[in-house]
Design a protein around this ligand. Structure first.
Ligand code: ATP
Ligand code: PRP
Ligand code: MG
Length: 283
């Protein structure tokens, strides 16, 4: 049985559970329980505070865990980061009161910065040769400049609206973070084997998520040019339509790439373009 720790409630919870579900793993009902076994996969889910997950994984109480990279760096535990998961993307930035004038990082020399991430901040400031005092706070960091606790803050920024609401401006991003899968350094052979199966499923889910299945009708005289715009897993499938002079083209394409070529496809005469979600994709 592989034990996976995920956040009980917070920014990572919903997407962590969704990833497990998209991997085809069915959990027994989880209401108010801190543990749940899967009905169809040898895995047990532990629901924890995200700050505690690196420690639990280092100790082997959990074999693996899903946590923000920022928590991995901050806690400095002896765990392996084995996969970036592409959600809970955020940045950790320095911010100051919006009316303060700012001419560069040297602003922070001799100043006090409030943060819940003192370890990350200390390391970054040392690399940048900035000598600031660090004031560690547990939360509500954005209030610090307004109440005179510090001149600056170092905290998580997603959309930037929390900074705005608190009369602050972001002046420098120091690191970017996203959710990652971490693992204990000393997994048993059995746990490692279940983890490999899980990683295979995660790859299939993540590949599917950023690709689309495209079907379109193309006039035969422009077929070569249309196919040239569309990469496929090997190459696009081309089938004749019942209507002579036309073909149906099917392919898998990254969603972003699709939006980049859509107007060219249309100007080459492509019609009836369907874009379909892919549930799993095994390369
Ligand atoms: N605004 C945001 N946008 C994107 N990702 C975020 C944002 N805020 C936090 N995160 C990411 O989600 C993780 C969890 O954030 P959350 O605010 O739920 O943590 P928490 O309040 O410490 O929760 P817990 O109660 O479990 O300790 C953060 O460590 C970070 O990686
Ligand atoms: O740039 P934004 O999109 O406004 O997001 C940034 C905020 O999000 C996080 O807090 P969260 O909302 O998770 O609350 P918490 O820290 O109290 O858990 C973080 O600590 C910031 O305060
Ligand atoms: Mg926390």
């Amino acid at each position: 049985m592989l034990k996976i720790a995920i956040q009980k409630s917070g920014r990572l919870s919903e997407q962590s559970l969704r990833l497990i579900e998209e991997c085809g793993i069915r959990l027994a009902t989880t209401d108010r329980k801190l543990k749940a076994d899967a009905a169809n996969f040898p895995i047990q889910v532990l629901f924890l505070r995200d700050d505690d997950i690196p420690q639990y994984v280092e100790d082997g109480v959990a074999d693996i865990g899903i946590v923000g990279e920022n928590e991995v760096w901050e806690k400095g535990k002896d765990v392996r980061v084995i996969r970036q998961l592409g959600f809970a993307r955020c940045r950790l930035s320095l911010a100051i009161a919006k009316d303060e004038s700012y001419e560069g990082l040297s602003y922070f020399n001799g100043k006090k910065i409030a943060t819940s991430y003192p370890r990350i901040l200390r390391k970054q400031l040392a690399q940048l040769n900035i000598e600031a005092r660090i004031e560690e706070v547990g939360g509500s960091v954005e209030i610090a400049p307004g109440v005179g606790l510090a001149q600056g803050i170092f905290d998580i920024v997603g959309t930037g609206s929390t900074l705005l609401m608190n009369g602050l401006k972001e002046v420098c991003t120091l690191v970017h973070s996203e959710a990652v899968l971490i693992a204990n350094n000393d997994l048993s052979a059995e746990a490692q084997s279940v983890l490999s199966q899980l990683l295979f499923r995660i790859s299939a889910v993540r590949n599917a998520g950023c690709n689309k299945y495209i079907l379109l009708n193309a006039p035969n005289e422009r077929l070569e040019e249309i196919v040239a715009l569309l990469p496929g897993m090997k190459s696009p499938t081309v089938l004749p339509l019942a209507l002579s002079g036309w073909s149906s083209v099917h392919t898998v394409i990254r969603e972003q790439a699709f939006w980049e070529v859509i107007s060219q496809l249309r100007s080459l005469g492509a019609e009836g373009i369907l874009v379909v979600d892919i549930e799993k994709m095994i390369l």
